[in-house]
Design a protein around this ligand. Structure first.
Ligand code: GUN
Ligand code: FE
Length: 444
């Protein structure tokens, strides 16, 4: 095969954020992709005439905006049917709505729903997702099979808990069983699908885990090179419980620190209620935060002090955290990341409000860095893998469809953040391969 035959060209309005808040765009831009890797990025008119670089296939998305694929750093595959349910805060909500939901993943329903869940994720413009399943190894296995079939990048793990697991109706899994099942799944799936599938050792949070389970999880992640994910300081009642459960710890973060959970491969959901000491400890460990603003508002958990997290030097990205977050749609999570800081800034005047470009960075390049993949995905650079999402922004304009000629890249991004969702996602690509295409509109 000649070089030209291996090349794919995509033409469109390219928009990305290589640095926090720096919006970059090519109005009539093009990506030239070879074997899933970006070879060239620039103006279409220049690249389409460049000798020795002529793809045999040009996909013309000229009317559309092309963004780096969105990265969801934290969500729950087994909770999706429970979205928008309940009015309580975290701990009663888990008991009343979530544990019964996850318990149903023991049987055929877990296997059936896995495929449907990944189809739903594909519609969002998301190309990488970090997920928890329920505690059952067979349904987690089924979820991995569905993930591998979807073509998405997926980092996932079986939920681990051995304290009060799913309430009294479910026999509590003892730590060693949970660790053994996790090790088997990790061996089978970590690095599968040509590296698109990775394992995340997933202890739920300190409230639902014994010290033995936490230490075992940390050890397993270190030995296997897998990621580790858990929740930290989401809710004040949760923090109080941890203080009683682990009296030897200086604070919540210290529980994870002492048990060896904090490393550059660790992703911590929420992290709302942390002291300066805890933020310093997270920064020193290289662990990342999955900021889940829609979930934090839904469960009335609080608002992340985004400026303090950033000035502590902690890497962070965004998570939909379904079912605490009501949607898998990351555009609406970006919107919420902006709006929740606006609410904070109203009461604390010094608080900066993120710009749309800063929010996009958190959902793309920032999240890529949080995963240690900052040089592989997250923006349009030659040498990076071609993960991208094509948005029909005209579908988001009032009176549908009349593309305004006076729009700037800032306008297009803002439109996607304030009104974006599956209705505007035309196509997504992972490693240059189309993994989702919106259905053609029906004429009648
Ligand atoms: N903390 C522990 N488990 C969960 C969960 O499933 N969702 C959320 N939002 N927080 C948690
Ligand atoms: Fe969560």
């Amino acid at each position: 095969m000649s070089v030209e035959e291996r090349l794919l060209g995509i033409r469109g309005w390219l928009i990305d954020t290589p640095e926090y808040g720096r919006l970059r765009s090519w109005r009539d831009g093009a990506l030239v992709i070879e074997n899933g890797v970006i070879r060239e990025v620039g103006d279409y008119l220049y690249l389409s005439k460049k000798p020795r670089l002529q793809p045999v296939r040009w996909l013309d998305a000229g009317r559309f905006a092309v963004f780096p694929g969105l990265i969801d750093l934290h969500t729950h595959a087994a909770q999706y049917p429970a979205v928008a349910r309940g009015q309580s805060e975290l701990l009663p909500w888990l008991r009343q709505h979530i544990f019964p939901q996850e318990r149903e993943f023991a049987g055929p329903r877990g296997r059936r729903e896995a495929g449907a869940f990944f189809n739903e994720l594909l519609r969002q413009g998301t190309t990488t997702a970090v997920l928890y399943t329920a505690i059952y190894p067979d349904s987690c296995d089924a979820a991995f099979m569905a993930a591998a079939q979807s073509g998405l990048r997926v980092i996932m793990g079986k939920m681990m808990m051995d304290v009060g697991s799913y309430g009294s109706l479910q026999p509590t899994k003892i730590a060693s069983v949970s660790l053994h099942e996790t090790e088997q799944l990790c061996k089978r799936w970590h690095g599968a699908g040509d590296g698109l599938i990775e394992y995340a050792v997933s202890p739920r949070f300190a409230v639902a885990c014994s010290e033995k389970l936490l230490r075992g999880a940390a050890d397993l992640a270190a030995r296997s090179g897998a990621y580790l994910q858990t929740h930290l300081a989401e809710n004040l009642e949760e923090c109080e419980k941890v203080r009683h459960q682990f009296p030897w710890a200086r604070d919540y973060t210290d529980v994870y620190e002492k048990c060896g959970l904090l490393s550059p491969r660790t992703i911590l959901g929420h992290c709302l209620h942390l002291s300066d000491r805890e933020r310093e400890a997270l920064a020193a460990s290289g662990s990342s935060i999955a900021h889940c603003p829609t979930a934090n508002l839904f469960l009335r958990s609080g608002i992340l002090p985004l400026d303090e997290v950033r000035s502590a030097g902690i890497r962070l990205g965004l998570g939909s955290d379904v079912a605490a977050g009501p949607e898998l749609n990351l555009w609406q999570v970006m919107r919420s990341a902006i709006e929740s800081q606006k609410a904070r800034s109203f009461y604390q005047k010094h608080v900066p409000v993120p710009t749309p470009a800063e929010a996009l960075y958190l959902a793309t390049q920032g999240a890529a860095l949080a995963l240690g993949k900052g040089s592989r995905i997250g923006s349009f650079e030659p040498g990076k893998e071609a993960d991208l999402t094509v948005m029909d922004y005209s579908a988001l304009l009032p009176y549908h469809g009349s593309v305004r000629s006076d729009m700037s890249a800032e306008d297009v991004l803002s439109l996607c953040i304030y009104r974006g969702g599956p209705g505007a996602v035309m196509e997504t690509f992972v490693r240059g391969r189309s993994i989702y295409r919106a259905p053609e509109p029906e004429l009648f």
